[in-house]
Design a protein. Structure first.
Length: 143
């Protein structure tokens, strides 16, 4: 697991860093944003639940083999308390060469406050209702 850099800002700043790391296919930065707990969870659209750093890292590594993932989170709905934050967003997924969204994905990002600052403990994404299911390992841009 990569060394955790201190992020003393908000869960919002970790979320910005998460989507920035996706856009640069920066696996090390992406993984440094996750909590150290081995019970972390990631669910990609149409895929199985992944638990733990090794499984989550492996899945993002496979996705990044096709390049970066360009996602713009919109319509944030957030609930916060002193130690947790839950963000529900709509992710607009785009091709690198097209400005119009290719797909809309519903995502929930859960953050916990740790000794190293705010960290991701869960990312759960699913294809929005009315959109055809996409195979994340075959699609060039979907996570």
């Amino acid at each position: 697991m990569p060394a955790k850099k201190q992020l003393n800002g908000s869960a919002d700043e970790v979320e910005i860093a998460f989507y920035d790391a996706l856009s640069r296919a920066d696996l090390d930065t992406l993984m440094s944003l996750w909590a150290e707990d081995e019970e972390i969870v990631c669910i990609h659209p149409g895929a199985s639940r992944l638990i733990g750093h090794a499984a989550i890292r492996s899945s993002w590594e496979a996705i990044f083999e096709r390049g970066s993932v360009h996602i713009h989170p919109v319509q944030l709905h957030a609930t916060h308390n002193m130690l947790t934050a839950v963000h529900s967003v709509i992710e607009e997924v785009q091709h690198q060469t097209d400005s119009a969204p290719e797909a809309h994905v519903l995502a929930t990002n859960v953050y916990v406050k740790t000794p190293h600052g705010w960290r991701i403990t869960m990312h759960h994404a699913s294809v929005a209702v009315g959109k055809p299911p996409l195979d994340l390992f075959k699609a060039s841009v979907l996570h």
